[in-house]
Design a protein around this ligand. Structure first.
Ligand code: ZN
Length: 448
């Protein structure tokens, strides 16, 4: 099997991010790669007939995905189909703006802006003065009266959120609080003047303007779009930067760098005694409490049904879970060069320093001595360095997938991440070397 170089992996990562402007596209692109790798889809509403040695995936809400590869068959007298589950979990969503229904808002009878609301907590100012566009999914009426889901990406420089000129806001550099409802609505276009010189002979109604663009992109009638989940995205493609290509500058590195590294490691690792699982959850940025988020029954439902389909009952499920392991992979804060005081005094991860193991006394991160030690061993075996992250004791940190998932499926777990700066900026600064390091560590974990 060919091993991809660091450069190939980062090129693949940046292409993947560009091709995944919304959470639905993330899952669709994962699905395509899994299909190419011989994985078969299991739909939750169907009966599953799984085979030992088989490779499968399940999608919920078009926005979360769990893929699994089962080890070869064991003898029935062994009492269980395999030793346990080896799971890597990451999240498919990133902070962005959700476009409200009836979004068109007209100012001065000329400017058409879109009404949006925040999805997750982003650095608002980074979204201004750069080309943006719209992607997501729409529910489309079928001729037989049913519904279809269509993904859409208005793949053009469509929108901009312009700053107020410094002359009109002299205080901008002394700290300005952007108002989500007034400052952050993206400008989509101008209503044309009426008259013979107008490009459009009849002045179009601003109402439905966005959906007309979506319908044109999909080649359908606007009235066949019954509803939509549409989001803004940053147009610029991620790139490798720095004197020696040390950095990645890209939207959505949190958490698509972990998703992509997980996918690459997952596709190349052949399971040993454990069933390999890649779990990618939506809605981490808004608390995970949805039908498809980490705080749902999705993971438990899938793992239970795997046992069930192989002919084993709930008791064997618990036996198998007891010897399972979860790596919760979500990008981590490296020490910021301008603000080294924001980091813990003794745990100071840097870009290029290796995989970050995250700890938290209050158990927002699930790492403990035993789970972190196992992670260190997997990294050690493939020559990947580890570093550690703990919040300053006087600072609140974020939460992530690990402790939420393990509340539903109680297995041993470690929280890790790849070091980055500017988390939740429109364009984040990540670490070029970390992608390959994560792929190597995940592969090692999945080969056990
Ligand atoms: Zn994250």
């Amino acid at each position: 099997m060919d091993v991809k170089t660091e450069i190939e992996l980062n090129r693949g990562l940046l292409d993947f991010i560009q091709a995944s402007p919304s959470v639905f596209h993330v899952i669709d692109n994962l699905k395509k790669r899994l299909e190419e790798g011989g994985f078969a889809e299991c739909r939750e509403q169907d009966c599953w007939k799984l085979q030992p040695g088989g490779a499968y995936y399940v999608i919920r809400n078009d926005s979360s995905l769990i893929a699994f590869r089962l080890p070869a068959a064991r003898k029935p007298e062994e009492g269980c189909p395999f030793q346990g589950y080896h799971i890597v979990a990451a999240h498919s969503d990133s902070p962005t703006f959700k476009i409200k229904t009836r979004p068109e808002a007209v100012t001065e009878n000329r400017y058409v802006r879109l009404n949006v609301e925040a999805y997750g907590g982003m650095i608002l100012s980074t979204w201004l003065d750069r080309p943006l566009s719209v992607a997501g999914r729409v529910a489309v009426r079928r001729e037989d009266g049913g519904l279809d889901t269509r993904l859409v990406n208005l793949d053009q420089d469509l929108l901009v959120i312009p700053n107020l000129a410094v002359h009109m806001n002299r205080e901008i550099n002394n700290g300005y609080s952007y108002n989500l409802q007034t400052d952050m609505l993206p400008l989509m276009g101008l209503l044309p003047e009426k008259g013979p010189e107008s490009e459009e002979p009849v002045r179009p109604s601003p109402q439905g303007m966005l959906l007309r663009e979506v319908a044109r992109e999909l080649g359908i009638a606007p009235e066949d779009i019954l509803d939509s989940d549409l989001y803004l995205y940053v147009r610029e493609k991620g790139r490798v930067a720095g004197r020696r290509g040390e950095f990645l500058l890209s939207p959505r590195l949190d958490d698509l760098q972990c998703v992509y590294a997980g996918l690459e490691g997952f596709l190349s690792a052949v399971p040993g005694q454990y069933a390999n699982v890649l779990a990618v959850f939506d809605n981490e940025e808004v608390g995970s409490g949805t039908r498809q988020g980490a705080d749902s029954t999705f993971l438990e439902d899938v793992l239970l049904r795997v046992q069930d389909s192989l002919g084993y009952g709930p008791s064997v499920y618990r036996q198998v879970v007891a010897d399972s392991f979860l790596i919760s992979a979500d990008n981590a804060h490296a020490v910021h060069p301008a603000h080294p005081e924001k980091a813990d005094p003794t745990n100071r991860p840097v870009l290029g320093g290796g995989i970050v193991i995250k700890y938290h006394g209050g158990q927002k991160y699930t790492s403990d001595a035993l789970s972190a030690a196992r992670m260190r061993l997997w990294c050690e075996r493939v020559g990947v360095p580890c570093q550690t992250f703990v919040n300053r004791s006087d600072m609140m940190g974020g939460s992530t997938l690990g402790n939420i998932s393990t509340a539903h499926v109680s297995l041993r777990s470690v929280d890790i991440g790849l070091p980055q700066l500017a988390m939740h900026s429109a364009v984040e600064t990540g670490c070029g070397r970390a992608t390959a390091q994560a792929v190597a560590a995940f592969e090692q974990f999945w080969r056990e």
